[in-house]
Design a protein around this ligand. Sequence first.
Ligand code: ACO
Length: 359
Amino acid sequence: MAERYGNIVGWGKYVPDRVVTNADFEKRLDTSDEWIVARTGIRERRHASEGEVTSQMSTAAAREALGIAGLRPSDLDLIIVATSTPDYLTPPVSSQIQHLLGAGHVGAFTLVTGCTGFVYALATAQQFIASGSVTNALVIGVEIISRFVDWEDRATCILFGDGAGAVVVQATDEPCGVLSFDLGSDGSGAEHLILPAGGAAIPVTHEALVKKQQYLRMNGNEVFKFATRVLGKSLRQAIAKAGLTADDIDLIVPHQANVRIIESAARQAKLPMEKVFVNIHKYGNTSAASIPIALCEALEEGRARVGDTLAFVSFGAGLTWATAIVKLAERKQPVSRRKRWFSFLGWFIRDSSSLRSSE
Ligand code: ACO
């Protein structure tokens, strides 16, 4: 079988209208715009309004991506949703999104690896496409973290924002899409970024609520050290696996967690900041949504173009890390459609010759 690759042929994003600035936090917390900007690079973030949920935000981003891809929801063969903040613990939000989109009864699943979720999901979609079982995959990264932070914890609540990003990945025989990836995890650092209650270990009881265990807890310094330790290395490894050098990367689209972490990763990979896309000042850390949202904006602003080779680089809860080197290629007719035509042609030739031989 000819090699199959997954080209990104559609992209879309959704961010809530509600803007929360650093000045808004100054009004109710012992913090300042100067501190937040200097330590994180964040100036404002978006928060979901009451009634806005993960499934709806995902569907909006997915519709935009399908529109750019020129596909209908019924053309999809697979839906993968990366999130740590689904509408419910069960049912999986991926099935809700499949239903809201009006996609066929295709496989849909949710993948949870924290902020690295989108890159893990993209690498997974690529495997389905390479195996020949999927032609059009929808990959979504989405979060509503604002519902899971302690508004009295100034070290975490200022960091996070809500949003959704989606891409459509389509099979092609042109070498493109995910050229290489580097995925990793180190569960020994689990407690550095944890939402203790709500799972099987600590059910949501009155006692858990009193201890505020329903909120995200983070050891910022440890996460910071971990991120600066793994990101540059992961980026260098993924570039080498793709058979490329740093010079071949047109743009890094990193997880937007902290501008100082992003600068450190670029420095370690010997890439100048001009080659790094940053939009953390507008959205804060949107976890699994941050890379697809940044990708959409990089394409909208002309910072990324068809033909470019991009590096998606991320770290997050787990602790995990994930990098993918991705080439955006011109769109061709999806490989499986052409294959179907050729197999029809093969059947027709075989069938007509067997008819002739039986005459
Ligand atoms: N405003 C003012 N002061 C603050 C604030 C705030 N919002 N938050 C903390 N401080 C104080 C601290 O209390 C501390 O005061 P002290 O010295 O009197 O004790 C001081 O500022 C310094 O605190 P540090 O934690 O050392 O500050 P640091 O420079 O490390 O920045 C930060 C903190 C921004 C959280 C940083 O550690 C960081 O970005 N870590 C990585 C976090 C991250 O990326 N998390 C997302 C992971 S991805 C995912 O899966 C969700």
